[in-house]
Design a protein around this ligand. Structure first.
Ligand SMILES: [Ca+2]
Ligand SMILES: [Ca+2]
Length: 190
């Protein structure tokens, strides 16, 4: 019987949690999932809502602070290297749909397999404001003069916000065929 009544309390809590008015009607949360209990009410951590802070808030904005290229393809799909007699000169571009939103202003000359390459994005220049829509990171080998335009090496489409992941500051994306990168986020909720 004791188990049953505890279970019913939980059910009551969860069923009634959708409406904060119910809390004022006498239900006192016994535990806040992502927050602190203050005077009988949950004060939620940033990014959570609901009467026991059980629901992730959808971020208003995800700011990209850095992309770290961990692996890049050594050659194109027909096996031809990006430059004739040196490694590729890496830089990244970011798209929202078909719209180019960021080109990294510098490149890493003659990149070598096994090294990682940090593309730091300063001043919150890249904001993902449509966190449930598709963005793309494209990796290029910078070419100029006779060699221009730059070689597109590989790209990856992804949806920034992953519900239930708890707002990781670093997400690793494996685009296949040797393109792996980390993307670093800061979250804003209003
Ligand atoms: Ca090239
Ligand atoms: Ca090169």
């Amino acid at each position: 019987m004791k188990y049953l009544s505890i279970l019913s309390l939980f059910i009551l809590l969860f069923v009634s949690c959708g409406n904060d008015d119910d809390l004022r009607g006498g239900f006192i949360p016994i535990e806040c999932m992502n927050g602190q209990l203050v005077n009988g009410n949950c004060v939620c951590d940033e990014g959570y809502e609901g009467s026991i802070c059980q629901t992730e808030s959808i971020p208003a904005k995800m700011i990209v602070s850095k992309i770290v290229v961990r692996e890049f393809p050594l050659a194109d799909t027909s096996g031809v290297t990006w430059d004739l007699d040196s490694g590729p000169d890496l830089f990244v571009e970011i798209f929202f749909g078909t719209e180019l939103i960021y080109t990294h202003p510098s490149n890493y000359e003659d990149a070598e397999a096994g090294n990682t390459y940090d593309f730091i994005i300063e001043n919150s220049l890249v904001n993902f404001e449509n966190v449930n829509e598709v963005y793309t990171v494209n990796l290029f080998d910078f070419d100029e003069g006779m060699e221009a335009p730059s070689d597109w090496m590989k790209g990856s489409n992804f949806i920034p916000y992953r519900p239930g992941d708890g707002f990781p500051t670093k997400v690793t994306i494996d685009a296949g065929i040797g393109f792996v990168f980390d993307i670093f986020y800061e979250y804003q909720f209003n």
